[in-house]
Design a binder for this molecule. Structure first.
Ligand SMILES: Cc1cc2nc3c(=O)[nH]c(=O)nc-3n(C[C@H](O)[C@H](O)[C@H](O)COP(=O)(O)OP(=O)(O)OC[C@H]3O[C@@H](n4cnc5c(N)ncnc54)[C@H](O)[C@@H]3O)c2cc1C
Length: 432
C-alpha cells in the first residue's frame, strides 16, 4: 500500500483519488478551495442553479467506467442521458442547423438547413474512423510517450497537418468550417495550432452522442464527493500545495502552508507550472484561456431554447439553458469568445435573443476571474502545434513517484479526457 497524495480536487483529482483508493492505497486529497469539484462544480444564487463549467460530456463510457471501477455503477447513483439534438448552430445569414446525433440524421439535417453539404460532412467525420481507433488505443487508453508507440501512430500524432488546413480542404461552405472548428475554438485554441487528428471529436460526438445528468452535470461531482467518503479518502480542503519535496531524485512529500505531508506517490491534477519542482518540465506550455462566462437567472416569460445554441458571429456566444430555476423561470449560461466590446447580454440581444427584460439575477466571470477562482485554467494547455505533445506532462512525469492527471496533462481537457487521464494514473500506479 502506497501513501498517495492527490493535488487538486477537481474532476481529475477526485477521479484519480477514488480509483487509487479502490486499488487499496491510502489516499489524501488536497484542495485549495473550500469545496471540491473545480470546474465541475455548481453555483447557486437566488434559487437558480447553474453548472459552473461542463453541462454535457462526450464519451459517456468514461464516466461509467470511473464509477464501476471505484465502487457501485453509475446507474445506481445518477441518470446519464443523451442530449439530442446535440446543439443548434445559428448563423448571421439566418441559417439554423439543429445537429442531431447519428450519421444519417446529421447528413439529412445539414442538407435541409444548409441546402446541401451533408455528404461533405459525412466524408469529413468518417475520415476520422481509423484515427479514432489509433488515438484511442495509443493515446487515450495507455500512457502516452512517443517511444511507446509504433511508427504509424507517431506519424499520425506528430503530423504537420493542422485542423485548420484539414477543415479548409474538407469544406467550401464557411458554415460547415465554423461548425467543424467550433469545439476547439470554444476551448481557447487557434485551429492553426491544433493537429488535424483532433477532428476526431466530431466523429466521436456523431457516433456516441453527448450526455448529461438531468438537473446538472455537476451532480457527477457531488456523487464523487460521496464516493471519496465511501473509499475513505482523506480530504483536506482549504489546503494549497506550494511544491513537491524531492529527495535523492524521488518525491517524498508535498509541501503545503500547514507543513509537509509525506507521500510515496503524488498525483498532480493542477497546472504544474505552479509547483517549482515540476515547472521546469512544462516551461514551454501556456494555458488555454476560458471564455467569458455569464450565468443568467431568467423569469418565466423568457423564450424557450434548446439545451445548447451556438451563435456564430464575432463575438460568438454559446447559450446553455440546462440550469435549474425556481418559479417557472430558466437558468442559462452564456459563454462568449471573440470581440466582446459590449455587455454579453446586449451582444446576445443584437444576435436576436433579447432576454434583457427577463433577467432576475446574473453572475459574471471574466476569463481572469475564472482562472483565479479555480487556481488555474480548467481548459488545460493551449495547443501550440505538435510540440505540445511533448511539452505538456504525460501520465508518468520525469520525476519518479509523480504522476499527472487533469486538464493540464495528456490526454487533455474536457470531462472525457480528464476522466481517461485518471484511469491512466490508476493503471500506472497499479494495485497496492
Ligand atoms: C465554462 C466552462 C465550460 C466547460 N464546458 C465543458 C463541457 O461542456 N464539456 C466538457 O467535457 N468540458 C467542459 N469544460 C472543461 C472541463 O470542465 C474541464 O476540462 C475539467 O473539469 C477540468 O478538470 P480538472 O480537475 O483538470 O481541473 P479543475 O476543475 O480546474 O480543478 C482543479 C482543482 O485544483 C485546485 N487547485 C489548483 N491549484 C492547487 C494547489 N496548488 N493546491 C491545491 N489545490 C489546487 C483548484 O482549486 C481546483 O479545484 C468546461 C470548462 C469551463 C470553465
Amino acid at each position: 500500500m502506497a501513501r498517495v497524495v492527490v493535488v487538486g480536487g477537481g474532476f481529475g483529482g477526485m477521479a484519480s483519488a477514488v480509483r487509487l483508493a479502490k486499488l487499496g492505497h491510502a489516499v489524501t486529497l488536497l484542495e485549495a478551495r473550500d469545496e471540491l469539484g473545480g470546474a465541475l462544480g455548481s453555483l447557486e444564487v437566488d434559487g437558480f442553479r447553474w453548472d459552473l463549467g461542463p453541462s454535457t460530456t462526450a464519451l459517456p463510457a468514461v464516466v461509467r467506467d470511473l464509477f464501476r471501477k471505484s465502487g457501485r455503477p453509475l446507474e445506481r447513483e445518477l441518470d446519464l442521458v443523451p442530449v439530442d439534438p446535440i446543439r443548434e448552430h445559428r448563423f448571421e445569414d439566418g441559417t439554423n442547423l439543429s445537429l442531431p446525433h447519428g450519421r444519417a440524421a446529421q447528413e439529412r439535417a445539414i442538407d435541409e438547413a444548409l441546402g446541401g453539404g451533408g455528404a461533405d460532412w459525412l466524408a469529413y467525420t468518417t475520415s476520422f474512423h481509423e484515427t479514432w481507433e489509433t488515438i484511442r488505443r495509443d493515446y487515450l487508453e495507455r500512457p502516452w510517450a512517443p517511444e511507446l508507440v509504433d511508427r504509424a501512430t507517431r506519424d499520425l500524432v506528430f503530423t504537420r497537418d493542422t485542423l485548420h488546413k484539414r477543415v479548409r480542404r474538407a469544406f467550401k461552405d464557411d458554415r460547415l468550417r465554423a461548425i467543424a472548428l467550433h469545439g476547439v475554438r470554444l476551448e481557447g485554441h487557434d485551429p492553426r495550432n491544433v493537429p488535424a487528428w483532433m477532428g476526431f471529436l466530431a466523429y466521436v460526438e456523431q457516433k456516441f452522442g453527448v450526455w448529461t445528468v438531468p438537473g446538472g452535470l455537476s451532480q457527477v461531482s457531488e456523487t464523487l464527493v460521496k464516493r471519496l467518503g465511501e473509499r475513505r479518502v482523506e480530504v483536506r480542503t482549504g489546503t494549497t500545495v506550494r511544491d513537491l519535496v524531492v529527495r535523492e531524485g524521488r518525491v517524498v512529500a508535498v509541501a503545503t502552508e500547514a507543513g509537509d505531508l509525506d507521500a510515496d506517490v503524488v498525483v498532480v491534477a493542477i497546472d504544474p507550472r505552479g509547483l517549482p519542482a515540476l515547472a521546469r518540465y512544462v516551461r514551454h506550455t501556456m494555458p488555454a484561456i476560458p471564455p467569458v462566462v455569464c450565468h443568467l437567472g431568467l423569469g418565466p416569460e423568457a423564450p424557450e431554447m434548446p439545451a445548447e445554441v451556438v451563435l456564430h458571429s464575432n463575438p460568438s456566444i454559446v447559450v446553455r439553458t440546462t440550469g435549474q430555476a425556481p418559479g417557472g423561470g430558466q437558468a442559462w449560461t452564456l459563454l462568449g469568445r471573440g470581440q466582446l466590446a459590449e455587455d454579453i447580454v446586449t451582444a446576445l440581444a443584437r444576435l436576436k435573443i433579447d432576454v434583457r427584460p427577463h433577467v432576475v439575477t446574473r453572475v459574471d466571470r471574466s476569463p481572469r476571474e475564472l482562472v483565479e477562482e479555480l487556481h488555474g485554467s480548467p481548459y488545460g494547455v493551449q495547443w501550440q502545434g505538435r510540440r505540445t505533445l511533448t511539452d505538456r506532462l504525460s501520465t508518468r512525469t520525469p520525476l519518479p513517484g509523480v504522476f499527472a492527471a487533469g486538464a493540464h496533462a495528456t490526454p487533455g481537457a474536457g470531462v472525457p479526457f480528464v476522466g481517461l487521464g485518471a484511469a491512466l494514473v490508476a493503471q500506472e500506479v497499479g494495485p497496492a
